[in-house]
Design a protein around this ligand. Structure first.
Ligand code: UDP
Length: 239
C-alpha cells in the first residue's frame, strides 16, 4: 500500500455518536474500551495523541433549539456533553494504564484544566493523552471546528476524523451505489463540492493552516495504527 505521512503528533476527532455503538444514546463501554486501547496502542508506537470528542450522543444545540430551547443554551449543553464524554474516555484510558489529561475550553474548576496550547504540548511530549473538551467554548460552532483549531494550535502533523464510513465519497455511499471513494483529495475540491464530511469552517481552518486531514473508518480493524505508520487507508485531504 502507498506510503503517506507518518505523523509524530495526531489529533483524533471522534464523534459522540461513535461512542454510542448500537445504543440510542449514551456511551457503550465496549466501544469506549476499544477506542481507548487503540489510542494507547498508537501512543506506544511513539505517536503523541490529542483527542477531541463530540457530544452528539448526548446533546446537540441545534436539536435542542429545534425542540424550542434557546440556541445558545442548547449549545452550552452540547459543549458540556463533550466534557462528559471526555471524562468517560479519561477514566477508560487511565484504567488501561495510560495517562490522560482533560483540558476544557472554559474553566470547570475541580474537574478539568483550562485549555492552554503550550501546556498541552508539554503534556503530550511527556506521554499523556490530552483530551481537548468543551469544543471551542463558543456556541454555533461544532467539535469538527474545535478539532481543526486544536490540531493547529497543538502543531499536530495530521488531523484524523473517525467516521462510520471508510473515507470521502463522490456522493453519499449509503444512498448511491455508484458513489466512488477518493483516495486523496484537495481541500479546495472538498470545499467547492461540499463533500460533507466536516463542516466548512473546519475544512477552511485545515486548508489555511496546511494541516492534512485523514477521514477513515474507526471500526476497521487496526486502521488507526496502520494510518500512523503511513498506510494509505481512508481519504487523505491536503492543500
Ligand atoms: N458545540 C458548541 N461549540 C463548539 C463545539 C460544540 O456549541 O465549539 C455544541 C453544539 O451544540 C454541538 C454539540 O456541542 O451540537 C456537540 O458537538 P458536535 O455536534 O460537534 O458533536 P458530534 O457530532 O461530533 O458528536
Amino acid at each position: 500500500m502507498a506510503q503517506r505521512i507518518q505523523p509524530k503528533r495526531i489529533l483524533l476527532k471522534l464523534s459522540g455518536e461513535a461512542l454510542m455503538g448500537n445504543q440510542d444514546t449514551g456511551i457503550d463501554p465496549v466501544i469506549l474500551n476499544r477506542v481507548g486501547r487503540e489510542v494507547l496502542e498508537v501512543q506506544a508506537q511513539g505517536v503523541e495523541v490529542a483527542l477531541v470528542i463530540g457530544g452528539g450522543n448526548l446533546f446537540r444545540g441545534a436539536g435542542l433549539a429545534a425542540a424550542g430551547m434557546d440556541r445558545v443554551r442548547g449549545d452550552q449543553m452540547g459543549m458540556l456533553a463533550t466534557v462528559m464524554n471526555a471524562i468517560a474516555m479519561q477514566d477508560c484510558i487511565e484504567q488501561l494504564g495510560g495517562r490522560c489529561d482533560i483540558m476544557t475550553a472554559m474553566t470547570i474548576e475541580g474537574m478539568s484544566e483550562r485549555f492552554n496550547a503550550h501546556e498541552a504540548r508539554r503534556r503530550l511530549q511527556a506521554g499523556a493523552v490530552v483530551i481537548c473538551a468543551a469544543g471551542t467554548g463558543n456556541p454555533f460552532f461544532t467539535t469538527d471546528t474545535a478539532a481543526s483549531l486544536r490540531a493547529v494550535e497543538l502543531e499536530a502533523d495530521l488531523l484524523l476524523k473517525a467516521t462510520k464510513v471508510d473515507g470521502i465519497y463522490t456522493k453519499d455511499p449509503a444512498k448511491h451505489a455508484d458513489a466512488v471513494r477518493y483516495d486523496q483529495l484537495k481541500f479546495d475540491e472538498a470545499i467547492a463540492k461540499q463533500l460533507g464530511v466536516m463542516d466548512l469552517t473546519a475544512m477552511v481552518m485545515c486548508r489555511d493552516n496546511r494541516l492534512p486531514l485523514c477521514v477513515f473508518d474507526m471500526f476497521a480493524a487496526n486502521a488507526l495504527s496502520a494510518i500512523v505508520q503511513g498506510a494509505a487507508i481512508g481519504t487523505l485531504v491536503e492543500v
